[in-house]
Design a protein around this ligand. Sequence first.
Ligand code: SF4
Ligand code: SF4
Length: 424
Amino acid sequence: MTTDYRPMWESVGLDLEAHDQLLQALPPAYGEVYMNQFNRPAGMEYFDFVVSEIHGLRIHELQQHKAAGGKVIGTFCVFVPEEIIRAAGGICIGLCSGIEIGTAQAEKVLPRNICPLIKSFMGFKLAKVCPYFESCDMVVGETTCDGKKKAFEILNDYIPVHVMETPQMKREKDKSLWHSEVQDLLNRTEELTGQKITEEALLQAIKDVNGKRKALLRLSELRKNNPAPISGKDCLLIEQIAMYDDVSRFTQKVNELCDELEERVKNSQGVKETTAKRLIVTGTPMAIPNWKIPHIIEESGAVIVAEELCTGLRYFENLVAETGENMDQTVEQIAARYLNINCACFTPNEGRMEKLLQLAEEYKADGIIHCALTFCDPYAVEANRVEKVLKEKGIPLLRIETDYGQEDVGQLKTRIEAFLELIG
Ligand code: SF4
Ligand code: SF4
């Protein structure tokens, strides 16, 4: 970052000293993970730029939006319909929580043994190091797991939190509950922004967000080719950036990158040899800057061809129908799309098993790596079902449980290399 953003950071209320420590940790990690990749597409330059300006340009845009009377709403889950926030003229920002930060402060209000993602978001807020968090006028939480549900009560002491009750089943009565929760979010957003959401604005927002999803789906399709035209690490990064970048600009840049990748595919150019093992990563979402597992996998010679993650396919597969004939039907169609997400909070969650089998076949995967964050019960427990289903179909699986620390890198590397040899 060349511009001096310190006055802006100070004005949003960051603890500048703690924030400096965070920024010092980020650039070296990024250089090591991203900049030395073989035959990287030129179109990644935009996404490198976004990361280099991670607390700069985008925050400046958010501040300008706020100065003009707009609102910023933060989320921690792909269940929160961003179409609604957009239709009310707000900006929806997916808050990351992929690094251990503010642990001491977080542990004053949370137990020590809780998932790193929850500890991280509380740490970010209490240590005042995230300019996105500090730019938010409200955060939308959800009841997808007990840890988060209870943590949002505590977070509400520091920033207004609106909680959506997410059902844990997908029966008719759960559908009506979810529909009413989406309607409540709409009402709350109108109240916060002071802007009435019209049907026209909602349909436009649906088109815009679908446009982003279509660009990401196009990118995913290209990864079915061998050699893989782009690395899994780069795709994960793009999927992480999707959650906070400007929707139209991001869509355009992903499509430009896809144009380049189509050329690569025509010329059989890739980032790895055609003999590289093709893997799918599944499990708990990997928020920025949690690139640990993908980095180890691709450094070991394999290539990740799909992410069955919320920082991945769960975020952009399935579009919202653009055919709503009145407000209620449009809201219902939004609710229907989101309830289709295969989060491990559902019981049963057969959709995820079917999806994994389908992906393994379509992407010609040699194996699947299941990553759960430590203390993430929904995914750690569901790994049993995943293992059973994949075993029946003869698809190799490696189960990993890890956190945001670097202590287990050596051990993970050994296990991943052994897995690659096994499926070789
Ligand atoms: S895993 Fe479930 S709770 Fe977590 S972000 Fe995804 S949908 Fe939300
Ligand atoms: S679903 Fe897992 S990773 Fe996500 S917040 Fe809950 S315990 Fe943490």
